[in-house]
Design a protein around this ligand. Structure first.
Ligand SMILES: O=C(O)CCC(=O)C(=O)O
Ligand SMILES: [Fe+2]
Length: 316
């Protein structure tokens, strides 16, 4: 009789399942979350979580509104996007002019136009440009981030402001980072899927997906029947954590102001390289290499940030 190979016997205990979950049945909601619980139960376990009221005590939640941004940054020129699936058209607007557009939409209560007709002030590093805004965001949960990002967390943030009906179609964040998302004004509805369900969603290029999770076309995307999207509403004062590489579709249910920080841990940046394929843009590999130098090799923040900064205005 041949020898039984170690590890193949049916009596052997099964290997521990990978910590990467195949599916989420819901997004847990908590009202308290210590740094250690966040790291162990959510970040390292790659599970999303909603920290209800997590930033409700910030001055930002009192002060920030479209009108406030008219006051503090109205003269800034900002890129505004029209997003039609993965096709993005960018134009430059004065922030004051854009605020007027939001106010009109807020004021008139008319039918909401289709998302691909709504200009969206989307994904801009505004807090890095108007650094005083960060003082409205205290106490800030810096320890949720890796050390590289903590001291000047606002430099790494991406700002979003738009009217009701603005939609960011299904995608993952370019660098396959974790995402810590802060909702300051209004409510957004997120639909989330773990990265390993990307194959069901009609991928286009590197990071966009053609399936519309709000009205899936099962004839065009029959595989989407295997997908298990979870929906969560994120209201003013809430913090949402999305694990590295989460696919997300986001609808503004009202006029909205938010910002997010895309961040890597040592593990997630290594995983991002492991996920690279021939569709991965060179820029993504470059910015992940810089991030690896900062997060793993501890390159000094000032030098690493200088190289990383253009990523914050990178449209892909
Ligand atoms: O809020 C949105 O519309 C999109 C948010 C997003 O995609 C992000 O934070 O990465
Ligand atoms: Fe995103």
């Amino acid at each position: 009789m041949g020898k039984i190979k170690i590890g193949t016997s049916p009596q052997m205990p099964r290997r521990r399942p990978s910590p990467r979950l195949e599916r989420w049945s819901s997004v847990p909601t908590v009202t308290q979350l210590s740094d250690a619980e966040f790291a162990t139960n959510y970040r390292d376990a790659l599970r999303p979580v909603l920290l209800k009221g997590g930033c409700a005590a910030w001055a930002a939640c009192e002060r920030w509104s479209p009108g406030y941004f008219d006051e503090v940054a109205g003269s800034f020129t900002v890129p505004v996007k029209i997003i039609n699936r993965g096709d993005i058209k960018v134009s430059s607007w004065r922030l004051a002019e854009y605020v007027r557009l939001i106010m009109q939409k807020v004021g008139d209560g008319d039918q909401v136009p289709a998302p691909e007709e709504i200009p969206y002030c989307h994904d801009i590093p505004l807090l890095g440009l108007v650094e005083s805004l960060a003082s409205d965001c205290e106490p800030f949960p810096s320890n949720f981030l890796s050390p590289w990002y903590r001291r000047h967390w606002w430099r790494y943030s991406q700002f979003f402001m738009g009217p009701a009906g603005a939609v960011t179609p299904l995608h993952f964040d370019s660098l396959l980072t974790h995402n810590l998302f802060f909702q300051i004004y209004g409510t957004k509805q997120f639909t989330l899927l773990p990265l390993n369900q990307a194959r069901y969603c009609g991928r286009r290029g590197w990071r966009w997906f053609d399936v519309d999770p709000e009205r899936p076309d099962y004839v065009q995307f029959p595989q989407y029947r295997h997908a298990t999207p979870v929906v969560v509403n994120v209201s003013a004062g809430d913090i949402l954590y999305m694990p590295a590489g989460t696919l997300h579709h986001v609808r503004s249910l009202s006029a909205s102001i938010s910002f997010a920080i895309d961040f890597h841990t040592k593990r997630s940046v290594v995983r991002a390289f492991a996920h690279s394929n021939k569709r991965t843009p060179r820029d993504v590999i470059y910015y992940n290499a810089i991030t690896a130098l900062a997060v793993i090799a501890k390159m000094p923040e000032a030098a690493a940030f200088r190289l990383y900064r253009p990523y914050l205005s990178y449209v892909s």
